[in-house]
Design a protein around this ligand. Structure first.
Ligand SMILES: Cc1ncc(COP(=O)(O)O)c(C=O)c1O
Length: 410
């Protein structure tokens, strides 16, 4: 059956999440398919940040740490993320960047498995996770090693030497989804811990960390959680490890009594020991505006729409154009919330598409990525995006020299 613009409009009319788009500022004439890199601006963010600046910082000054409970913001936001990732509010905290949280969680995991020497990961993991592991190993005087295998070799590579299995659930290039439940169980069967990076999961579809028995997890605030550029990240530590987990960055905010100003470090009970320094209140305020947009969202609908948007994109590309090779799994159940294609001219094709108002991105060496944030991408957006992609390919617009110049950020 041929898919038409009318079909897409009907899908929008039947979409239970259609109204959530009103919560975002989306520029006129733009189709935004890059929420897997930087989420769109929540409509409430500007006013909330302005209020914190003018009324709280401006008028109440330092009293705001108590009067407006600034000190409690990392835990409060952690509680809001917990629902999205299948955790208890006491198991999640918002702090630092994903990279730093990887370092903290990985160190804690290694300490919980003394005698085991291997961090197992795959080559679909995001480089910063691997780099943080390499840096940590150097700090530990090379007592451990990082083993990087192909994604489909992870299960077979688990053995009694592995201290921690460290994976990103959704491959940032292809969108391939790991089976978190099965791999966590396999890791546990071998006596290893399971540590998940949820950067491309949280806010795109429901995650069930506790249902899967995960030990540690991290994720960023600026993709599907719509917290703004460089938004603070989150960290999850399963309740059972909170008493014994040792994180290596002894900051005063993780101290049992920060305002006692003791000379010796003593970690706070619970997940609060994973805090390091003073929370960035303005950034956290913007992130909270993004998180609050999920409050009334039924998480099953999020998953259903995310899969349907990807399915429609794949079907329309097949129907309308040729020359692009699908790099993502075809079944929605095996994908995160993105669809990627390979093409040797991927970079200039994406630039030509952006010039036509359809924003996706490019990942070296040849991947065109299209992210579908279910809260604000519509089925009609998908129609329009594929129509513009078809025009770019038909006229070979990507041959123009201006689309070949590489910017610092791709
Ligand atoms: C899976 C994954 N982990 C980590 C990061 C980046 O971490 P950070 O926020 O510390 O830059 C990204 C960024 O795109 C990512 O995709």
């Amino acid at each position: 059956m041929t898919i038409t613009l009318h079909t897409c409009r009907e899908m929008d009319a039947a979409d239970p999440l259609a109204r959530s788009r009103d919560g975002f500022v989306l520029p006129e004439g733009i189709v935004y398919l890059d929420g897997n890199s930087l989420g769109a601006l929540p409509r409430q963010a500007e006013e909330r940040v302005r209020t914190v600046i003018t009324r709280q910082w401006g008028q109440d000054l330092i009293k705001s740490w108590n009067v407006h409970d600034w000190i409690g913001v990392p835990a409060r936001l952690g509680g809001k993320i917990a629902r999205l990732i299948g955790a208890e509010p006491s198991e999640v905290l918002v702090a630092d960047s994903t990279s730093l949280n990887v370092f903290k969680a990985l160190h804690a995991a290694l300490c919980l498995r003394p005698g085991r020497r291997v961090i197992l990961s795959d080559d679909g993991n995001f480089p910063t996770d691997l780099y943080m592991a390499q840096g940590l190993i150097e700090q530990l005087s090379d007592s451990h090693r990082l083993e990087i295998v192909a994604p489909d070799e992870v299960a077979a590579s688990l053995n009694e030497d592995v201290a921690v299995l460290m994976l990103t659930e959704v491959d940032y290039r292809t969108g391939r989804l790991h089976d978190m439940k099965a791999l966590t169980k396999l890791a546990h069967d071998k006596g290893a811990l399971a540590f998940w990076d949820l950067c491309h999961s949280a806010g795109a579809f429901p995650v069930d960390l506790n249902g899967c028995g995960a030990d540690f997890a991290v994720g960023c605030g600026y993709k599907y959680l719509n917290g703004g550029p460089g938004a603070p990240a989150f960290i999850y530590v399963a309740e059972r490890w909170q008493g014994s987990a040792e994180q290596p960055l002894f900051g005063w905010m993780g101290h049992d009594a920060p305002f006692a100003f003791d000379l010796d470090y003593r970690p706070r009970p619970g997940i609060a020991r994973f805090l390091v320094g003073t929370p960035p209140i303005l950034s956290l305020t913007a992130l909270e505006a993004g998180l609050d947009l999920f409050a009334s969202v039924e998480l099953g609908a999020l998953r259903q729409k995310s899969g349907a948007l990807g399915d429609l994109f794949i079907a329309l590309v097949e129907q309308e154009l040729a020359g692009l090779t699908l790099a993502s799994p075809r079944p929605a159940a095996e994908r995160g919330s993105q669809v990627s294609y390979r093409h040797p001219e991927g970079y200039p094709i994406m630039q030509a598409l952006i010039a036509r108002g359809v924003i996706g991105d490019f990942r070296a060496p040849d991947i065109l990525r299209f992210g579908f944030a279910p809260l604000y991408v519509s089925f009609t957006d998908i129609w329009n995006a594929v129509a513009q992609l078809k025009a770019v390919m038909a006229a070979q617009e990507w041959q123009k020299p201006e689309f070949r110049r590489r910017a610092a950020v791709t």
